[in-house]
Design a protein around this ligand. Structure first.
Ligand SMILES: [Zn+2]
Length: 239
């Protein structure tokens, strides 16, 4: 079973690369958000548990997220492996995933980090304005209106949502990137990390992402059963 984890900050381009990578690997693309929606829709016990948290606007606890993920990994279409997108999002989840996979005699074969510096992400994530009357969307960096502050289509004023203000985005981004750095470090210690420079043109990023999985040991020739993790370091072990 080939388990690949795709990592990257918000705006780093994971959404573009994930479907291409999943198709290349021939495994399902499992995004955490889809997982939640499917479990809630199916009305499974774990889905109902997740819904109670989501309805209160709270984060779904790691244990529930992991149980949903394990159910997904048991589905017939995931027999050969899976591409995880949006999970793990912190060190605790990464460790729980390792333990759960170990019980199945499996490991994370490869983690790919699409790396984009925080300042570049901030520029990609901010500058979003919408028009007051119809909600037409602009971006001051990539898709500015012809006249600043005015909608091209209907002339109504452009406003910025609280969620899109630079201070809000910056604070949220800092939290996300801090957890991401822990997860990246976890896989670096395990010896399965590949870092791809996400500032390159999209097709270049794609080429490097695909190359990162083509070097997974045992995947190209024989069965994709990597029962021998390439971890020289035990992250839990004391000195
Ligand atoms: Zn408009």
């Amino acid at each position: 079973m080939t388990v690949v984890v795709l990592l990257g900050g918000p705006g780093a381009g994971k959404g573009t690369q994930a479907p291409i990578l999943a198709e290349h690997l021939g495994v399902p693309h499992v995004a955490t958000g889809d997982l939640f929606r499917a479990a809630v829709r199916d009305g499974s016990p774990v889905g109902l548990a997740a819904r109670r948290f989501m309805e209160r606007g709270q984060l779904v606890p790691d244990a529930i997220t992991i149980e949903m993920l394990l159910q997904r990994l048991s589905a017939p279409d995931a027999a050969d492996g899976v591409l995880l997108d949006g999970f793990p999002r912190n060190r605790a989840q990464a460790e729980a995933l390792d333990e759960a996979l170990a019980e199945r005699g499996s490991v994370v074969s490869r983690a790919i980090d699409i790396d984009v510096p925080a300042d570049d992400l901030l520029e990609r994530l901010t500058g979003r304005w919408v028009c007051r009357d119809a909600g037409h969307v602009y971006n001051e960096h990539t898709n500015p209106p012809r006249v600043p502050g005015v909608c091209d289509l209907d002339g109504s004023p452009l406003i910025q949502r609280e969620d899109d203000r630079e201070e809000t985005v910056k604070a949220r981004l800092a939290l996300t990137l801090s957890s991401l750095a822990d997860v990246v470090d976890h896989y670096r210690r395990r010896g399965v990390l590949r870092v791809v420079d996400g500032r390159q043109p999209i097709d270049r990023v794609t080429a490097e992402v695909l190359e990162a999985v083509d070097t997974i040991e045992g995947r190209a020739g024989g069965p994709a059963d990597s029962a021998h993790p390439a971890n020289g370091v035990d992250p839990k072990g004391g000195a």
